[in-house]
Design a protein around this ligand. Structure first.
Ligand code: LLP
Length: 406
């Protein structure tokens, strides 16, 4: 959809997150249809953008939710996700989170270690219920992505290796408080190569075959998330038909529901961060454009050196030149872009930071006592606020009571 960013900036101020719900919905539909012919469940990875309305937009399409804290589980429920489509993952869940998840009767808890399995079992026993679980298996496959978002190697903290997984499945099968219904792997994020996914899927499918042979009746084959997206615009991405095909091929002959946990694929390119130029500045030979959005609004450039395309809303006359786009935060690491070429800019000009729908607002903070941005959703030609801008009161709410008197 054609979004009138200027009007939105005028109405809601900057920095402003703007989401294109039509785009996000379309992404969901394309992925869902790639799995046609197989039983599939798409569980939106809430961590990529956990605004209630964003989750609701996917829930309306029939999406489930992949959650990594009980807070995310509760968000998903509030947004209307069917509990039987909610998965609770994460490498360290507390007993109280496990207890709440069991009481909420979600689809399954994804267990990441032997110790955690024992905790889930004892909480379930105490509650007198049988916990549906899956086990995250680490297939030791190199996903060839950024080391910070690579998760499927033994050197990463995630999941358990195949031999331990086998033992845990047998243990779970023999426990009357555990029901091992799923298997899970996730080798990393922003994946652009199909081969590592195909390799991991084959390894895990073989494990499922051997488990089924000994009576462990796995029903859900969870391939994780991680489908890469365009940031630069010239990346060669995974073809979704081929993606679905390698997964279907791996599990051929088995009665399994494919579960897929995309986050970024659904949200990244449906989101924009709108920011305003405050000042232009030159230090020696170096030019800086100081804008009103900062690393507290969008952390990815500072944290991963991630690239986000930035475009001025209206181009001024004159030659482009190289500069850094930086925020007002007191850190040298506070930048949105380094050494990019852009035409001349003036105070008050608007810039659009692209591909900001995933891991943008969700990784935002209040560093430097900066209120978090407003979020707006556009859909069918209309835009509406889905989270108001924070104010100073919001920021001090939980502290001000404790100030000591004279
Ligand atoms: N499932 C599991 C088990 C995950 O750990 C993740 C992401 C996903 C699904 C969703 O992955 P996606 O489809 O969004 O790639 N903050 C980083 C990304 C961290 C990803 C963590 N796990 C970034 O800004 O790039």
């Amino acid at each position: 959809m054609n979004i009138d960013f200027k009007k939105l900036a005028h109405e809601y101020g900057t920095p402003l997150y703007v989401y294109d719900f039509d785009y996000m919905r379309e992404q969901y539909r394309v992925l869902k249809s790639a799995f046609e012919g197989s039983k599939s469940l798409i569980v939106y990875a809430v961590k990529s953008n956990s605004n209630l309305s964003v989750i609701q937009n996917f829930a309306k399409e029939g999406s489930g939710a992949d959650c990594v804290s009980i807070g995310e589980v509760k968000r998903a429920l509030l947004a209307g996700v069917n509990p039987y489509k909610i998965i609770f993952s994460g490498v360290g869940k507390s007993d109280s989170e496990i207890e709440e998840a069991l009481k909420l009767k979600i689809l399954m808890i994804n267990v990441e270690s032997e110790a955690e399995l024992k905790h889930v079992e004892s909480v379930a026993k105490r509650l007198g219920v049988e916990a549906r679980i899956s086990i995250r298996v680490n297939p030791n496959v190199d996903p060839k992505t950024h080391p910070y978002i690579s998760t499927g190697l033994h050197e990463n903290k995630f999941g358990v290796d195949i031999d331990i997984a086998k033992r845990l499945y047998i243990y779970a099968k023999n426990s009357n408080a555990l029901d091992p219904v799923g298997i899970h792997f996730h080798i990393g994020s922003q994946l652009t190569k199909l081969e590592p996914i195909a390799e991991a899927a084959e390894i895990i499918a073989d494990l499922v075959r051997s488990l089924k042979a000994i009576g462990v009746d796995i029903k859900f084959f969870d391939v994780g998330g991680g489908i890469g997206v365009e940031y630069h615009g010239d990346e060669k991405l995974i073809d979704l038909e081929e993606y679905a095909t390698v997964i279907k091929k791996a599990i051929k002959g088995m009665d399994l529901t494919i579960v897929c946990e995309p986050g970024r694929y659904l949200t990244a390119n449906g989101g924009y961060l709108l920011t305003k130029v405050l000042y232009e500045k030159q230090n020696g030979d170096k030019y800086f454009t100081i804008v009103d959005a900062a690393m507290n609004d969008l952390l990815r450039p500072s944290l991963y050196n991630a690239y986000h395309k930035i475009e001025p809303l209206a181009k001024r006359e004159g030659e482009s030149f190289q500069r850094d786009i930086v925020g007002p935060i007191c850190e040298s690491g506070d930048f949105l872009a380094k050494d990019i070429k852009m035409p001349p800019l003036e105070s008050g000009d608007l810039l659009v930071v692209k591909s900001a729908g995933a891991y943008g607002f969700t990784m935002a903070s209040n560093y430097n006592t900066r209120p978090r941005a407003c979020e707006v959703a556009c859909e069918g030609g209309e835009c509406r606020v889905i989270r108001r801008r924070e104010n100073f009161e919001d920021l001090i709410e939980a502290e001000k009571l404790y100030l000591q008197g004279e």
